[in-house]
Design a protein. Structure first.
Lengths: 301, 345, 307
């Protein structure tokens, strides 16, 4: 497995030009990559998110509780676990997308670069500008491909170099070659995988700090999935990425750190909770908690 | 957020507005295709015949409307021809009739009402669908729809007693501020005017536009709005960039329906417009519309030609009414982006 | 358009991520625009509610003083005294007959559109178009139509003619609401009945219509409330009547409340105008109550259907 040339002067890498997608053939368990030295998180790593004892309630129902972890800059952090254990709730709380739900209530603290995300001084729109999200089902706007990518940038006043910006975003999303001749056509005419890459392109066009991906490939075919995974690995140089996935192998392939969520059924109520969090290598090869070991071994979920 | 109450509104809308093509198709794919043939069972056959006869009556009645009007208007049509549409003289005593002033008044008052009611209605629709908290939406929504339930005679009665004096009091100020536009020219100082008629019509078509807009805005898929929000857009930007463009055709249809309502309104307008057969530029002058001329003069008609002329005016109204109905359907259907997105409109 | 240095996404540093989460860049201005829009939209909604309140209040204020039980149970005395009992009776007669004509026709039409016609059937499209157009007819034109159809051959105006005119006003509303409610009846009911070998007409009468009955009744109330206030058809077809006596003969002109209001406005007698206001109050209260009642019924039938 080769490393790509991810330098500042060649942001697209050499893969996107040819448009070829390589299916992975390496084993499920990840091979240590040269970039991550050992299994310890570098002490100099910035914690982008510091989540302290977070709990989420919808009305009186507890959806998530006892969740504490840190998400680090320029790493891919995967959130895995069986369905219904609060993974989506968790990640949507990181950019305040759950605010739209009237009964939503959050306890604990979510610190973003030290600032309380839900504090009184935090502007929701600003939060979402800095922390972008790509959703499970591709949701391109009923506009042209160009306008989909350019729309948010225009809102933000980025009129200078807009065309460059759109092209860069589409290149980084590995979509440029496929759409460069039909930028004015409707985005709805693209295939599912292309639409999802378009959604990624429009998210990165405004250069957020963090990219949250909520099961971005679960609605896609394997070839598109592999393309998205390649993308994620390329993008992590620029952005901090957190990805929810129900596919363990995907987490093993792309993530540096992995958080395993599961259902807590010990008490009278069922709620999701963080079971274990660490380097992907550790989670998949030598997890401490038995639930984690069972899940990654495929014994449930 | 779409909630259980919105279906109520949709069904109630079914009663108070047009475009049956908006009704959902039956949900089962087998509908209408694998049924046992009605002919094999007598009871079924009877029911089928009854239903079919009902539908036939509907279609025939509509056709008969056009026929009756054309038939009774024949004396006027043969005497005045198409010039009737252009000439403004309306002198029953001299047997001279022309609908020019009526058509002018109808168009001016209706489009004036449309110009006021469309932005108001769309704003209210946006408020009810996207900005109001659920409790407020549940009260304000029905209240706005109640505006449509008030009979037109009440609006007319209230109009002449309350609105006209009010207009009278603000005419000088409006004329002072906007008098450079001929529309707001010299006030006629009796308050009874095209302006007052336009205001009454605005109140009457506002609920149509706002209720239909609200419905339309609620059909925009949540994923699109979520996707836009996740890009750091303010609510107005989401409205301007996503909601309004994708519902533009439906809103257009709603506006056309409102226009149709305004064009045909007779009673409320008859109280406040003065039935004066003139075509002033100023909105503050009195005027006349086609529908209210019929309401005003039909019972007091002094000769057959006058009655025939009013049937002729009625025929014009029917044609206008049918055109707006068809136009509303065509607009909603042809540019229906929502259908492409799988939403039901 | 490229500027001097090439744009590299992710490295232009558009904002400082560790800065507090207060608006950066142009967000302050955009937030202001957003707030302005919200205020405008809220004001528009408040304005509409205010108009409703002003109109209703205007009617109540001018009509409440004469409102009494005597008012609705007595017939008029002279030009301005007494009550409006005969007008109420006349209105009810005309509307009732109109409803008797329109309701069954509307329900049958709705039945046809749901039970017999496929969703893409051209015939159904024609019928729906006809219903839309009928609903879009100005009511004054409906009055003229019935005048030509019934009044002229009969050589007199009558409550009967007004009933037919109101039936035309009610019919499309009835058909539309029936169709929408019938569509909501789950298809599984129809299929189950078919599988049991039950005749379709029996299924309709004993299963489908009863389960849609709440919605149909609601639609009927709303259609009737709409027709109750229609003045234009009555003005054309039923404006010659005896204003002082109750009339049960619908083949002649009968007094109706809309006509009372219409003819009273120009009268120089303030008492007559006051009586018209009170009649208007009665009309508005009944119609608004019918609308509110229909909503409540609709909510309850929704709950019953488990929606």
């Amino acid at each position: 497995m080769t490393t790509w040339d991810r330098t500042a002067s060649n942001p697209g890498g050499d893969r996107s030009a040819s448009g070829r997608v390589r299916l992975r053939t390496e084993p499920v368990l990840p091979v240590l990559r040269p970039e991550t030295n050992g299994t310890q998180v570098d002490a100099n790593r910035v914690a982008v998110f510091d989540i302290r004892d977070m709990a989420v309630f919808y009305g009186s129902n507890c959806a998530l509780a006892h969740t504490s972890l840190k998400i680090y800059r320029n790493l891919v952090t995967a959130v895995i676990g069986p369905s219904g254990c609060g993974k989506s709730t968790f990640i949507r709380s990181l950019n305040r997308m759950n605010d739209a739900i009237p009964s939503f209530r959050l306890e604990g603290q979510v610190l973003y670069h030290g600032h309380d995300l839900y504090g009184s001084g935090a502007n929701r729109v600003e939060v979402r500008r800095r922390i972008g999200m790509v959703f499970q089902k591709p949701n391109p706007f009923p506009k042209s491909i160009y306008d989909n990518v350019a729309w948010a940038a225009r809102n933000l006043g980025m009129k200078h170099g807009l065309h460059d910006r759109v092209e860069q975003a589409l290149r980084q999303a590995a979509l440029w070659d496929e759409v460069k001749d039909r930028l004015k056509q409707s985005a709805l005419g693209l295939s599912g995988g292309q639409q999802q890459r378009l959604c990624i392109a429009r998210a990165i066009a405004i250069e957020p700090d963090v990219l949250l991906l909520d099961e971005p490939a679960s609605a896609l075919d394997p070839v598109s999935t592999a393309a998205i995974e390649e993308l994620i690995l390329k993008l992590k140089n620029r952005f901090t990425i957190a990805i929810v996935t129900h596919n363990m192998q995907q987490a093993a392939r792309v993530a540096d750190r992995t958080a395993f969520f599961s259902l807590d059924t010990t008490g009278p109520e069922r709620f999701g909770t963080l079971v274990e969090y660490g380097d992907t290598e550790t989670i998949f090869r030598g997890a401490t908690d038995s639930r984690t070991r069972d899940y990654v071994a495929g014994r449930f979920g | 957020m779409v909630g259980p109450g919105d279906e109520d509104f949709r069904t109630l809308r079914a009663v108070s507005s047009g475009t049956m093509s908006r009704s959902q198709g039956p949900r089962s794919p087998t509908r209408g295709r694998v049924r046992p043939k009605p002919a094999s069972r007598t009871g079924d056959r009877v029911m089928f015949v009854l239903c079919a006869v009902a539908c036939l009556i509907v279609v025939l009645t509509l056709a008969d409307v056009v026929y009756q009007l054309a038939d009774n208007a024949r004396p006027a049509i043969s005497k005045f021809g198409l010039g009737f549409l252009v000439h403004s003289t309306w002198r029953p005593g001299f047997k001279q009739f022309g609908a020019g002033a009526l058509i002018y008044g109808t168009l001016v008052s209706s489009f004036f009402a449309l110009a006021l009611a469309t932005p108001l209605g769309v704003a209210i629709g946006l408020y009810l669908s996207m900005m109001a908290p659920p409790r407020v939406r549940a009260t304000v929504g029905p209240l706005v729809e109640m505006l449509a339930a008030v009979p037109s005679i009440i609006y007319g009665f209230w109009g002449i007693v309350v609105l006209v004096p009010f207009v009278l009091s603000i005419e000088p100020a409006l004329h002072g501020a906007l008098g450079f536009i001929p529309l707001f020219g010299h006030p006629a100082t009796i308050g009874i005017s095209v302006f007052s008629a336009g205001l009454v019509l605005t109140v009457m078509i506002l609920p149509i536009i706002s209720a239909l807009s609200r419905d339309l805005f609620l059909t925009v898929p949540g994923e699109l709005k979520d996707g836009a929000a996740a890009l750091g857009a303010t609510q107005w930007e989401i409205i301007r960039g996503i909601v309004l463009p994708s519902t533009a055709s439906g809103v257009g249809a709603a506006v056309v329906l409102g226009l149709g309502r305004a064009l045909g309104e007779a009673i409320a307008v008859s109280f406040v417009i003065g039935d004066v057969n003139a075509t002033h530029v100023s909105l503050f002058a009195p005027g006349a519309t086609a529908a209210e001329r019929i309401a005003n003069q039909f019972q007091g008609a002094i000769n057959e030609l006058q009655i025939a002329s009013m049937f002729y005016v009625g025929l014009i109204l029917v044609v206008i009414g049918m055109i707006t109905s068809v136009a509303a359907r065509a607009i909603a259907r042809r540019f229906d982006v929502n259908r492409a997105l799988g939403a039901t409109v | 358009m490229s500027t001097g240095t090439p744009l590299v996404l992710g490295e232009t540093g558009l904002f400082d991520p560790s800065a507090p989460l207060t608006p950066s860049g142009n967000l302050r201005r955009r937030t202001w625009v957003n707030t302005f829009v919200r205020i405008t939209a809220t004001a528009a909604a408040l304005f509409a509610v205010a108009i409703l309140v002003i109109v209703i209040f205007g009617v109540v204020q001018r009509g409440i003083s004469s409102l009494s039980l005597a008012f609705v149970t007595q017939t008029p005395q002279g030009l301005a005294g007494g009550g409006i009992f005969n007008y109420i009776v006349g209105t009810v007669e005309v509307i009732a007959l109109g409803a008797i004509i329109a309701l069954p026709l509307g329900i049958l039409t709705g039945l046809y559109l749901t039970e017999f016609a496929g969703p893409r059937s051209r015939l159904a499209g024609v019928i729906k178009l006809a219903l839309d157009m009928m609903q879009g007819l100005p009511t004054i034109v409906v009055g003229l139509f019935i005048y030509g159809l019934i009044v002229i051959p009969q050589h007199k105006q009558s409550g009967l003619a007004a009933s037919f005119a109101l039936a035309i006003v009610m019919l499309p509303l009835m058909a539309r609401s029936s169709q929408e409610v019938l569509l909501l009846v789950p298809n599984s009911l129809r299929e189950a009945a078919d599988a049991l070998g039950v005749n379709r007409w029996r299924t309709v009468i004993s299963v489908i219509v009863p389960s849609a009955l709440g919605g149909i009744a609601t639609g009927a109330i709303l259609a009737i409330a709409r027709a109750a206030g229609e003045t234009a058809p009555v003005l054309i077809c039923n404006s010659i009547y005896d204003p002082n006596h109750t009339s049960l003969n619908i083949f002649h002109g009968v007094p109706t409340i809309p006509m009372l209001i219409y003819t009273s406005v120009d009268l120089p007698l303030p008492d007559a105008v006051a009586r018209a206001w009170t009649a208007a109050l009665v009309l508005v209260v009944v119609i608004l109550c019918a609308n509110i009642g229909a909503r409540v019924m609709l909510a309850r039938s929704r709950a019953k259907m488990g929606l």
